[in-house]
Ligand binder design. Structure first.
Ligand code: F0G
Length: 463
């Protein structure tokens, strides 16, 4: 007889109404595909992928309520009713006063960076994100990582690895002077650290410092609901609060946010910038017409804004977020059970394989994570993404690869898209690659683009 369960299972709070077929291919076919794609999973064709864990960005399944909202798109050039609905929802759940819609997150990052950063400024943040740092640098700023040291150690089980090291933050402010620090760049559920949360206790202390030196906090709210769930699970005093209450408490400790709605908000495209300062808002509102579109649509159609508004409301529901993170944890626990090296604690939006320990024989300048992502695709048809030396890029001062402490392959789980059976197949595929890891060889560049090289770079195996 099978063992009786020791804990209660959870299940997704939805049933499936529409399905999209996916196809399994042969190993030979996939080898040809990855060669043609220059060993970069971003350059594969989606139809050649079996289970697509490249990203959780824009890959969510929308609800019937969101799809119904798409039919209510008000496509007026100016003053679309969907914009006002979106504005109401953002004000209600995040509490920021002024909203500038954009087509996705990086457009909001571009606008805020151009407005706030002056040449030679320093922007402290809890670990870099690729597009965020690039926009800060393009505006003349220097990003400085002030996340706690634990975040750079994949084996450290700290429950809030996205916390900011207050000493590092204050040291920087004292060294360069507060006038050279335009804002603190604080992300919830830090992507590059493995989807690790910040604690409210830490954020309150950061807020005190921000007040002490008169430096605002700009929040990357891309995965704020996921962070809120882990606060409810892990931080004393928050067990009885709702996800919505925790989100609001986070946002209230900050001065504005950039948002890629393609993640938490359960849509395929969309984003916004939201701020409390009216002067800042006016500047952003003026800039958005240059780069995105009128300030009542940014880069979005009316129907897109409606889908974001409805998705944002769904994102704060406890049953949704519990199942979402539950699925990621399910995959993580499965591979961890076979002693496959991943980042612990398991994060919010994906399972991050530690490529340093997975492929210890490959030097970081031969791109172990890039190599591993390619190998996983060849063996199984599962698509993942490199988050290591290729993503980190070159240091603009030295021109050398940055060789970040974390050399990761991200198995990112789209929201409401795959079943537990897909997670089982994925875990078994990783195990197979792990068993044959000694034979895998590293990669070298054949083409290296100037900006965000990981998206379009091409490689070949080192022989
Ligand atoms: N901030 C974070 C934390 C992100 O994860 C992303 C995108 C952005 C900003 C930029 O938003 O793509 O809408 O312009 N992350 C995607 C990913 C690309 O796969 O993690 P965007």
């Amino acid at each position: 007889m099978a063992e009786r369960p020791t804990k209660k299972s959870w299940a997704e709070p939805f049933k499936i109404k529409v399905v999209e077929p996916i196809k399994m291919t042969t190993r030979d076919y996939r080898l040809k595909c990855i060669e043609e794609a220059g060993y970069n999973t971003f350059l594969l064709k989606s139809e050649d992928v079996y289970i697509d864990l490249l990203t959780d960005s824009g890959t969510s399944a929308m609800s019937d309520h969101q799809w119904a909202g798409m039919m209510l798109g008000d496509e007026a050039y100016a003053g679309s009713r969907n914009f006002y609905h979106l504005e109401d929802v953002i004000r209600k759940y995040y509490g920021y006063k002024w909203i500038v819609p954009t087509h996705q997150g990086r457009a909001a990052e571009h606008i805020i960076s151009q407005i706030l950063i002056k040449d030679g400024d320093y922007i402290p943040g809890n670990m870099y994100f690729t597009t965020t740092r690039l926009h800060q640098e393009l505006a003349g700023g220097n990003f400085v990582d002030v996340i706690i040291d634990e975040a750079h150690d994949p084996t450290n089980e700290h429950p809030f690895k996205a916390d900011i090291d207050l000493q590092k933050l204050e040291d920087l402010i004292k060294k360069v002077g507060a006038e050279k620090v335009p804002y603190i760049s604080m992300a919830t559920a830090v992507n590059m650290a493995g989807g690790q949360p910040i604690s409210l206790g830490n954020l309150k202390e950061v807020r005190e410092m921000s007040h002490k030196y008169g430096i605002p906090i700009i929040h990357d709210a891309t995965r704020v609901a996921e962070n809120a769930y882990l606060i409810k699970e892990r931080e004393p005093g928050y067990q009885d609060k709702t996800i919505a209450e925790i989100i609001r408490e986070i946002c209230d400790l900050t001065d504005g946010c950039t948002m890629s709605a393609k993640k938490d908000c359960l849509v395929n495209i969309g984003g916004f910038l939201a701020v409390n300062d009216e002067e800042l808002y006016k500047k952003a509102q003026n800039m958005v017409v240059v780069y995105e579109g009128l300030h009542t649509y940014g880069g979005m159609a009316g129907r897109d804004m409606e889908a974001v508004a409805r998705g944002l409301e769904e994102s704060v529901e406890y049953e949704h977020i519990k199942a979402r993170i539950g699925q990621v944890q399910y995959l993580g626990e499965k591979v961890l059970g076979w002693d496959i090296p991943i980042i612990v604690p398991i994060g919010t939006h994906g399972v991050f394989l530690d490529a340093r320990r997975f492929l210890p024989h490959i030097d970081q300048d031969e791109f172990p994570a890039q190599t591993l992502a390619a190998q996983i695709f060849v063996e199984s048809g599962v698509r993942s993404m490199e988050r290591g030396n290729v993503s980190a890029g070159r240091d603009p001062r030295t021109g050398k690869n940055r060789r970040p402490a974390l050399e990761l392959v991200r198995l990112t789980v789209p929201r409401r898209v795959y079943t537990q059976a897909h997670m089982d197949v994925t875990a078994e595929a990783i195990l197979e690659v792990f068993d044959n890891r000694d034979k895998v060889k590293g990669l070298k560049f054949t083409y290296e683009p100037e900006y965000l090289r990981f998206f379009q770079a091409r490689f070949e195996p080192i022989t």
